[in-house]
Design a protein around this ligand. Structure first.
Ligand code: 3NM
Length: 213
């Protein structure tokens, strides 16, 4: 198990080359880790498998050096080959029990959830944490559902006995509200990897989260 788990740390960063201001993946991830981010998820939709594996191995090395948790989005095979700490799947990806049979007992499995039934089912399926979102509207994900909102986040926080990470449209100006409604861990793409000064952004996000708690 990684030393740090989703839900135990404030910022969960997700990579996305489309929003990284043209900077190389390595530069972005080094900046995140140097700012103290402890969870990094590799999310890539366009590259071929061989290139993705190389990037995953690079991120595995960097996160290991920084004692950070490394999670791969969607691709169970890449997560296994790169010795990631976890894999994150959506409702329409491979079902969690099948993923578990592939990755074994020790790898973390995160499951995206968007409604009560999905959140309630997650533990029984064997997920280790759930994504709750999109909290706000976002254009970052293509097949995204309508925003679930803060009241729904409150409900999940009070009713679901699994670590949760809030995701979707979370930015410096609204992250205090998300923290106030029960999220101890927030996932961000655009407002984080798209920041010109990533360490300054991490510091500002943390300060805002603390203000909301
Ligand atoms: N998953 P941004 S929302 C990858 O609701 C992803 O499960 C979501 O990007 C979900 O921080 C989302 O730029 C996109 O809004 C998050």
């Amino acid at each position: 198990m990684p030393k740090i788990l989703p839900g135990e740390t404030d910022i969960y960063a997700i990579t996305d080359p489309n929003y990284s201001l043209g900077r190389p993946l390595e530069e972005v991830v080094r900046a995140l880790l140097s700012a103290g981010v402890r969870i990094v998820q590799y999310r890539e939709k366009k590259l071929k498998a061989g290139a993705m594996l190389e990037e995953c191995r690079l991120l595995r090395r960097l996160t290991r050096e920084a004692d950070a948790c490394f999670i791969v989005d969607d691709y169970v095979d890449l997560a296994i080959l790169a010795e990631a700490d976890g894999v994150h799947v959506g409702q329409e990806d491979l079902p969690v029990p099948e993923v578990r049979s592939l990755v074994g007992p020790d790898m973390l499995i995160g499951l995206s959830t968007h409604k009560p039934e999905q959140a309630q089912a997650a533990r029984g399926l064997g997920a280790d944490y759930i994504g709750v979102g999109p909290i706000y509207a976002t254009h970052t994900k293509e097949d995204v559902v309508d925003p679930v909102g803060l009241q729904y986040l409150d409900w999940v926080h009070s009713n679901i006995d699994l670590p949760l990470v809030a995701i979707g449209g979370i930015k410096e100006h609204n992250i205090a509200d998300v923290a106030r409604h029960g999220a101890r861990c927030c996932c961000l793409i655009t407002d984080l990897v798209g920041a010109p000064d990533i360490p300054a952004k991490v510091a500002a996000l943390r300060k805002a989260m603390r203000a909301g708690q």
